[in-house]
Design a protein around this ligand. Structure first.
Ligand code: HSE
Length: 309
């Protein structure tokens, strides 16, 4: 590939309701735009083209941390200039840090002639997640790199399964508050009841089976989280109302996107997805909280690379 590459790195929805840390999917909108260039001098230069004021020190930047892991594994001295134009707001719950980390290593790998596998790239990119949230979770990184819905059966050792999915429309509302993943993790209960665990793994298995079979009713029934949502939803204004009205309008179901504050809903058709979007907006208008919405579909290819001019 060329010496300079344009990267489109998609937003992702982690957890997919019941699959805390083990399920996630990529969407077609929004996506970050990045450019990576090979440099003769070893090291990483980061340039921000957006207004988020993220650190440019590679050790402090999630994309930098991911690239450093790749460069260490490459063993020969190389250098990169990474220009980042984030469209996915940090702290929004749709995989902003994963888009940066995964985009950087997928782009660098292409420039180096693809010495690393997708699994290696997930491993490198998880260093960015560790920097952002304190934990190496892969449920945003994996769908970002593989596309579609991914199941992370295990992180250590890494075991990623890309699932078959039927057509689904995704409505996302991002109420304009920030929830830090580290905070949203710190409030979670560390012990759970066996009866709740049984419900949860029944739902995860049901969701995976529903996706593989294209069984929308089974998908809908399985979109239930008895472990995480009851604790985290308290951080998200009007969460219960959004969920209730979305289902009344015909959405299959949904819940917190990643660690929030975004909420997502799945629908079988665009009309329902757009009706849900309008209703979500009306709820946040009524409480005077600004928001962004997206109606999109599942991105089955993950990160896209183009030769830059
Ligand atoms: N699985 C992670 C969490 C995703 O819910 O904390 C964070 O985006």
């Amino acid at each position: 590939m060329a010496n300079k590459i344009t990267i489109h790195s998609p937003a992702t929805v982690a957890n997919m309701v019941c699959g805390f840390d083990v399920l996630g999917f990529a969407v077609n909108d929004p996506f970050d735009i990045m450019y990576i260039e090979f440099k003769v001098e070893p090291g990483i230069t980061i340039v921000n083209e957006d207004d988020f004021n993220l650190p440019t020190d590679p050790q402090q930047n999630v994309a930098g941390a991911a690239l450093l892991a790749l460069m260490e594994a490459y063993e020969k001295p190389v250098g990169f200039k990474l220009t980042i134009n984030k469209q996915i707001k940090p702290g929004s719950g749709v995989g902003s840090s994963a888009a940066s980390s995964a985009g950087a290593v997928v782009g660098a790998n292409a420039i180096l002639g693809n010495p690393f596998s997708k699994e290696d790239l997930v491993r490198f990119a998880m260093n960015g997640e560790k920097l952002a949230s304190g934990v190496k979770h892969a449920d945003n990184i994996a769908p970002c790199i593989y596309g579609g819905v991914t199941l992370i059966r295990s992180v250590f050792p890494l075991d990623i399964i890309k699932l078959t999915v039927p057509d689904l429309y995704v409505t996302i509302v991002h109420p304009q508050i920030e929830v830090r993943t580290a905070d949203a993790r710190s409030i979670l209960k560390q012990q759970i009841l066996l009866k709740d665990a049984i419900k949860q793994w029944g739902n995860i298995a049901g969701l995976v089976a529903g996706l593989e079979q294209g069984n929308y009713e089974l998908i809908g029934r399985s979109l239930e989280d008895v472990l995480i949502e009851p604790t985290r939803s308290i951080l998200i204004p009007a969460f219960d109302q959004v969920k209730k009205i979305s289902k009344e309008l015909g959405a299959l179901g949904g819940g917190i996107s990643g660690s929030g504050p975004s909420i997502f809903m799945l629908s079988t058709n665009e009309f329902t997805a757009k009706s849900v979007e309008i209703a979500m907006g009306q709820i946040y208008d009524s409480i005077g909280l600004s928001y962004h919405t997206y109606v999109t579909t599942i991105n089955t290819n993950g990160i896209q690379l183009m030769e830059a001019s």
